[in-house]
Design a protein around this ligand. Structure first.
Ligand code: KQY
Length: 378
């Protein structure tokens, strides 16, 4: 049985591995709420299915679906994808799922963060969020992994690590009083050290312009390997993203990682800018307590919101004018993986992208032994 531990990952010798370290698999959640996903979530379900299929070619994928949507999800998703009944308030498992941590012997555990729908009653995106707050615990139970329940609010999309002691995040999100009022920068850094086993935090300022998560770093900047990051970039000085990306670049260039290295920064052009059409906005149901969608809303589109699977990188396709250039750069950055694009505007319309709808489970030593034993037996 999966246990709930009273200690912290750091005290027990656990650390968060980087996304480019080996995975046992990936979790996703089937989208359905019509006040976030247009046309009863049908176009989003098609986009999520394409993401699940693209990842399943590289590693096991499990999709959580509500009881009401179980049969529909099962019918749409490829047979190789496992579907498990799972209640949730929406489909952002990066933020509601567990963050895997691993120790020197290859044991894997999970951190279950408190979740308040990106800001609770102070700017959060919907109410209630009680089922979302149970997702990490349920995923860990299914995976048979012990759990640390962190006593503070954090979303998985608000952090990226290099697996060698460095974490990047944004002030806009982690210092926002709507997450952990009363916690200052030092308190937040201590929490990150205790629950992720990291040594150094690199603080960026704001996230992508108009990102409704209060600036999650996973839409702005991520590690592609230790010592190297990808940063969303905009050359147009009249676009508010220009100054945000310039500030991030300056901070990244001034930073040293936990091993004392300077960072190599790869700029990835932003798509668009992209705006919601009147037809798209009209397809989203209105509901009190949920953020209304308006025609002309600028969306926080970014190619940096990709997912690194074991043998593939799954990249959102967002704009025919820039998709090919972004793919070209990412293919150069990931020579050992197949870089594949999936049409992702329908995911962006819901407020996030490929990285936000996926959550990896690290591969531990026990699973490696089982895999080897399996190969010998085959
Ligand atoms: O980007 C994410 N990590 C989550 C986006 C949530 C949007 C809710 N409408």
């Amino acid at each position: 049985m999966a246990r709930t531990l009273k200690s912290t990952p750091r005290r027990d010798g656990f650390r968060m591995p980087a996304e480019f370290e080996p995975h046992a698999g990936t979790w996703m959640i089937w989208p359905e709420r019509p006040d976030n996903w247009r046309l009863g979530a049908k176009p989003a379900q098609e986009a999520f299915t394409a993401v699940a299929a693209a990842i399943a070619a590289s590693e096991p994928v499990t999709v959580g679906a509500s009881a009401a949507q179980y049969e529909n999800a099962r019918a749409h998703l490829p047979a190789a994808v496992r579907v498990a009944e799972l209640s949730s308030n929406d489909a952002w498992v990066r933020d509601t799922g567990p963050t895997g941590v691993i120790d020197a012997q290859g044991r894997v555990r999970g951190v279950d963060w408190m979740f308040n729908a990106w800001g609770g009653l102070d700017g959060g995106l919907y109410f209630p969020w009680d089922q979302d707050d149970l997702v990490a615990r349920k995923v860990l139970e299914v995976e048979g992994l012990d759990r640390y329940r962190a006593p503070f609010v954090l979303e998985g999309g608000a952090i990226h690590v290099d697996g060698e002691g460095t974490l990047i995040t944004t002030e806009e999100c982690l210092l926002n009083p709507n997450r952990n009022p009363g916690l200052g920068r030092e308190d937040v850094e201590r929490n990150l050290r205790d629950y992720l086993g990291i040594e150094r935090v690199i603080w960026l300022g704001r996230g992508v312009f108009n990102d409704e998560t209060d600036g999650h770093v996973d839409n702005l900047c991520c590690f592609v390997r230790p010592g190297e990051v990808a940063l969303t970039w905009c050359d147009d000085p009249a676009d508010p993203q220009h100054e945000i990306s310039r500030d991030a670049l300056a901070r990244l260039r001034a930073a040293r990682d936990a091993r004392g290295r300077r960072l190599l920064v790869h700029r990835i052009p932003q798509p668009g800018p992209l705006f919601m059409t009147a037809q798209e906005a009209a397809g989203v149901d209105r509901r009190e307590g949920s953020r209304p969608r308006q025609a002309g809303d600028r969306m926080a589109g970014s190619y940096v919101n990709f997912y690194i699977a074991n043998r593939r990188v799954v990249v959102p396709l967002l704009d025919p004018a820039t998709d090919a250039r972004a793919l070209r750069i990412l293919r150069r950055l990931f020579p050992g993986r197949e870089v594949v694009g999936v049409p992702a505007r329908e995911i962006l319309l819901g407020g996030g992208n490929v990285h936000c709808i996926t959550q990896q489970v690290p591969r531990g030593a026990r699973l490696r032994v089982v895999a080897r034993a399996g190969r010998r037996a085959a």
